[in-house]
Design a protein. Structure first.
Length: 411
């Protein structure tokens, strides 16, 4: 028996179909079986039996993309206790809740760049793809690759407790172990690879925020991932780690807090992306200043990194570096992803460029341009709408009024 075709028609008051180009007034979007079938000028009458969605008083644009989230985490005063008390099923249910909040905020695609237990986020990815759980399209990195004692591991508990609450499949030392760790993530189902080129703020260890893997290890990770068709993200704050990763051909630098002139040259030569995550830096800075949530080791690093991420974005954007949107939500509250836009504008990006970073550019970085990032014929129907004009006031994106993901209306 042939499945019945479903058709939806949207009347858009203003439509930013392809961010980076001009918005158009009075447009009709025709959607068949979850994909864009046509975009036309004027408010065209829907075919018989098609569903009509009236957004004539709204500004319509593609579903947003966040390249850096942690759906299984939520930083807060009880996080250390939760890390040892919550079971994996509880973490999974929390992650499903976070996914729903993220979708409701207008983000129809995300890249999860590190989960406490990778199998939990892999399961959520599958449940969303199968339509069993509401959430954005999810890409996953598996376990984050880290050297022994590096960023992204659990510290401060008994050794057996630390081993219980984290995945060790990404811990690797030396080029052979690094190569094996990349292959292991791909075998487990990773869509991309992430490694820690430098120390990080939220590791409960005094290990700084500069280079941790050796350059040979970094080169091995990137080359192995690329041989297996996976793009690579490098968590990197310090300039030495940023530059080593860029020189070895990494696809994106996450954070980039202390990038320098060498970094900017390498970004442009390698055509790598900068994913700034300013809101994460501002969040941990506020926590460090208030004396809440963070340990002493974490606070020391938060005070150093803080606003440097915003300054780094200002420099990279001015230099012509490709920017992709990312928030590091799981540090900040899930569902507030769009607050990052305001920080990007403060750093010097025009609203139109910030929106492009969260649509067209983010889709390019994640390798999903054929599916997402713009509203054109053949792509998945990931569509949102707001009341005001985000090209004039980017804060409008913090109040999304309509969300369609893969052709299904969420709200």
């Amino acid at each position: 028996m042939t499945a019945k075709t479903t058709e939806t028609v949207i009347h858009a008051g203003r439509l930013l179909a392809e961010p980076g180009q001009a918005a158009a007034r009075a447009q009709t979007i025709r959607i068949v079986d979850g994909r864009i079938a046509a975009v036309a000028a004027g408010f065209l009458d829907p075919p018989p039996e098609a569903t009509l969605i009236d957004l004539k008083d709204k500004f319509v644009l593609p579903g947003l993309i966040d390249c850096h989230v942690h759906l299984t985490a939520q930083l807060g005063p009880e996080q250390r206790l939760r890390s040892v008390e919550d079971s994996d099923p509880k973490v999974g249910l929390n992650a499903a809740h976070h996914a729903r909040l993220t979708l409701g905020a207008g983000f129809t695609t995300v890249r999860d760049v590190g989960a406490r237990k990778p199998e939990v986020i892999f399961a959520l990815r599958a449940a969303v793809a199968e339509g069993k759980v509401p959430g954005p399209r999810i890409l996953c990195v598996g376990a984050v690759l880290s050297p022994t004692g590096g960023h992204g591991q659990t510290y401060g508990f008994r050794e057996d407790v630390c081993a219980c609450v984290q995945s060790t499949s990404g811990v690797c030392d030396g080029v052979d172990e690094c190569r094996r760790a990349v292959r292991r993530q791909v075998a487990h189902g990773a869509d991309a690879i992430k490694f820690v080129a430098t120390g990080g703020v939220l590791s409960n260890i005094r290990a700084g925020v500069d280079q941790q893997f050796t350059t040979d290890e970094i080169r091995t990770i990137i080359e192995t991932a690329h041989h297996l068709g996976r793009r690579v993200a490098a968590h990197a704050h310090g300039a030495a780690g940023i530059n080593a990763a860029l020189d070895c051909g990494v696809d994106s630098i996450e954070h980039g807090s202390f990038l320098d002139d060498v970094s900017l040259r390498l970004f442009l030569e390698r055509r790598a992306f900068h994913v700034p995550t300013i809101i994460a830096g501002m969040t941990v800075l506020e926590m460090a200043k208030s004396g809440t949530t963070l340990t002493a080791a974490q606070s020391e690093k938060a005070l150093v990194v803080g606003e440097r991420i915003k300054t780094a974005l200002g420099r990279s954007y001015a230099a012509g570096v490709k920017i992709a949107f990312g928030t590091d939500m799981g540090v900040g509250p899930h569902g507030q992803n769009a607050r990052e836009f305001g920080y990007m504008v403060e750093a010097g990006m025009p609203p139109a460029e910030a929106i492009k970073a969260a649509t067209v550019s983010a889709a390019e970085l994640l390798g999903v341009s054929e599916e997402a990032g713009s509203i054109v014929k053949g792509k998945c129907a990931d569509i949102i709408a707001v009341d005001g004009d985000p090209l004039a006031d980017v804060a409008t994106l913090e109040q999304v009024r309509f969300v369609m993901a893969r052709g299904a209306v969420f709200h």
